[in-house]
Design a protein around this ligand. Structure first.
Ligand SMILES: NC(=O)c1ccc[n+]([C@@H]2O[C@H](COP(=O)([O-])OP(=O)(O)OC[C@H]3O[C@@H](n4cnc5c(N)ncnc54)[C@H](OP(=O)(O)O)[C@@H]3O)[C@@H](O)[C@H]2O)c1
Length: 251
C-alpha cells in the first residue's frame, strides 16, 4: 500500500461530534482532506459551525452540518434515530465545569454525564447495529489526560472520560469480529476555546509549559494525526487502545 493509500479515507463518511470548533473541527478537517465526506456538528446553530463548514467547502471537502444538544436525552435519541450512520464516528463533544468535589451539584453531575457518557452510549447503540451489518466501523472516543491525572477541580469530568475509555475497550472486544475498531485519544492541554480564559494568563501558561515534558501547550491540530491513524486503513489492526497526545503530561 502506498503512503497516501495508508491514510486514504475516500468513500468513507465521518461524523465528528463537537466539530464546530477546537479539536473536533481539526479532526473533521483532517478526515475531509483525506477524502472522507464529513458531518460537522455543534450543540446549536452558530457562526463557528457555519464557518467550519464554509472553510471545509472552500477546500473542496464534501460536508454538511448537524445540530444536537447532546446533554438533552430526548434530542439525542431523535438525532441518533435519524442520523445517517457514518463509517467513522468520533465522540468528541463534551462539557466540563471546574468545581471542588464537595461543591458539585447533582444537576452538574447529570449534565456532564448526559453529554459526555449517556449521549455517546445512545449514538453508539444506533451506530453499532448499522456498522455491524456493514462489517465496518471506526469509533474514536476523545478522552482526556484527566483519565490519567484527574484535575482536582474536574473530578466529575475526569470520571466521564474514564467511563468513555472503558466503554471503548468493551466495544473493541465485542465488535472486533464485525470489522469495527474502537479506541480513544487522550489530549493534554490544548489551546482551544475551552481553555481560552486560563491561557490568557501568561503566568498560567508559564506554569503549564514547565509542567508539560515537551514544554509547550498543544494545538488542536496535534490531535488530528492520531485520529486519522485510527480511522485510516493503516490503523485497521489497532483496537482497544488509548493514545495519550499530551506532550508527556500523562506521565
Ligand atoms: N482542550 C483541551 O485541553 C482538552 C484536553 C483534554 C481533552 N479534551 C477533550 O477534547 C474534546 C474537544 O475539546 P475542545 O477543547 O476542542 O472543546 P471546545 O473548543 O470547548 O469545543 C467543544 C465542542 O463541543 C460541542 N459541545 C459542547 N457541549 C455540547 C453539547 N451539550 N452538545 C453538543 N455539542 C456540544 C461544542 O459545540 P458548540 O460550538 O455548539 O458549543 C463544540 O463544537 C472534548 O471532549 C474535551 O473534553 C480537550
Amino acid at each position: 500500500m502506498t503512503i497516501t493509500g495508508m491514510f486514504d479515507l475516500s468513500g468513507k463518511t465521518a461524523l465528528v461530534t463537537g466539530s464546530s470548533r477546537g479539536i473536533g473541527k481539526s479532526i473533521a478537517m483532517a478526515f475531509g482532506r483525506a477524502g472522507a465526506k464529513v458531518v460537522f456538528h455543534g450543540s446549536k446553530p452558530s457562526e463557528k459551525l457555519d464557518a467550519a463548514v464554509e472553510e471545509a467547502k472552500k477546500e473542496g471537502i464534501v460536508c454538511e452540518k448537524a445540530i444536537c444538544d447532546l446533554s438533552d436525552e430526548a434530542a439525542t435519541k431523535a438525532f441518533a434515530a435519524k442520523m445517517d450512520v457514518p463509517d467513522i464516528l468520533v465522540l468528541n463533544a463534551s462539557m466540563q465545569t471546574y468545581m471542588g468535589f464537595e461543591d458539585f451539584t447533582t444537576e452538574e453531575y447529570e449534565k456532564e454525564y448526559s453529554a459526555n457518557v449517556k449521549a455517546n452510549f445512545i449514538l453508539l447503540q444506533r451506530a453499532l447495529t448499522v456498522m455491524k451489518e456493514r462489517n465496518f466501523g471506526r469509533i474514536i472516543g476523545i478522552s482526556s489526560v484527566n483519565h490519567y491525572r484527574p484535575g482536582l477541580n474536574l473530578a466529575i469530568y475526569a470520571s466521564t472520560k474514564s467511563s468513555l475509555m472503558n466503554m471503548m475497550i468493551n466495544i473493541a472486544r465485542s465488535y472486533g469480529r464485525f470489522g469495527i475498531t474502537a479506541n480513544t485519544i487522550s489530549p493534554g492541554i490544548i489551546a482551544t476555546d475551552r481553555n481560552a480564559k486560563v491561557l490568557s494568563d501568561p503566568k498560567m501558561v508559564e506554569n503549564f509549559i514547565n509542567w508539560v515534558p515537551t514544554h509547550r501547550i498543544g494545538a488542536a491540530d496535534d490531535i488530528a494525526g492520531s485520529a486519522l491513524l485510527l480511522a485510516a486503513p493503516c490503523g485497521s489492526y489497532i483496537t482497544g487502545i488509548d493514545i495519550p497526545v499530551t506532550g508527556g503530561l500523562h506521565l
